[in-house]
Write a protein that binds this ligand. Structure first.
Ligand SMILES: [Zn+2]
Length: 169
C-alpha cells in the first residue's frame, strides 16, 4: 500500500484499514467469503488481528486465509474469559499459509526460506500472542523462525496467528 501521507485530522479509520486489507490484490486471498466478511466486520474480528495482518501484507507477504471465525470450530475454551484472547471464536486469530505469488493455492513450501521469513515477521508483528504450526509447517527451522510463542497446532497444514490486546514490544 502506498497511500500518500495524510494530516493527522484525516488518519484512516479502522473501517478504512479493514477495507484496504480485504480488497482484491491487497495481499490476502480467501478460501471462503465468510473470512472476508469476518475481517471487514469490526463486531466480528478484533482490530488487533487486523493490525497484525496489515503489518504482514505491508511487509510484502501474500497470505491465503484458511479460517477466521465463522468457518472455525468454537475454540473459546482455549482462552481466558471474558476476552478469550488468541481464539478464533472471539475474533483474535487467523489460520493461513503464505503464498509464493498472488495466485490462490500457490503455497510456499514449508521448507522454503520465504516461509521462515514470513514466520519471522509474524513473530515481531504487533499484538502477536502465539504462532501455531500444523502439519508440514511443524519443522525445526520453522519453530526457530517463529520464536518463543510457537506451539504445535492440530489439523491440516496451516499457520495459526493469534493476537492479544496488549501491543508487544
Ligand atoms: Zn487457528
Amino acid at each position: 500500500m502506498s497511500a500518500p501521507e495524510r494530516p493527522a485530522s484525516s488518519m484512516p479509520t479502522s473501517a478504512f484499514v479493514r477495507a484496504a486489507l480485504v480488497r482484491p490484490g491487497g495481499g490476502l486471498l480467501f478460501q471462503a467469503d465468510s473470512q472476508r466478511r469476518d475481517l471487514i466486520n469490526e463486531s466480528s474480528t478484533r482490530s488487533e488481528l487486523v493490525a497484525l495482518l496489515t503489518f504482514l501484507v505491508k511487509r510484502g507477504h501474500v497470505i491465503e486465509i484458511t479460517a477466521i471465525k465463522a468457518d472455525h470450530h468454537d475454540d473459546s475454551s482455549l482462552g481466558v474469559a471474558p476476552l478469550c484472547e488468541g481464539t478464533h471464536a472471539h475474533g483474535w486469530a487467523a489460520d493461513c499459509w503464505p503464498l509464493a505469488s498472488h495466485t490462490a493455492g500457490d503455497y510456499l513450501d514449508a521448507a522454503h526460506p520465504r516461509f521462515q521469513a514470513f514466520l519471522f515477521d509474524c513473530a515481531r508483528a504487533p499484538y502477536l500472542k502465539q504462532i501455531g504450526l500444523a502439519g508440514s509447517a511443524w519443522t525445526p527451522a520453522n519453530r526457530h523462525a517463529s520464536g518463543a510463542t510457537v506451539f504445535e497446532d492440530g489439523g491440516g497444514d496451516h499457520a495459526h496467528l493469534g493476537t492479544h490486546e496488549t501491543k508487544s514490544a
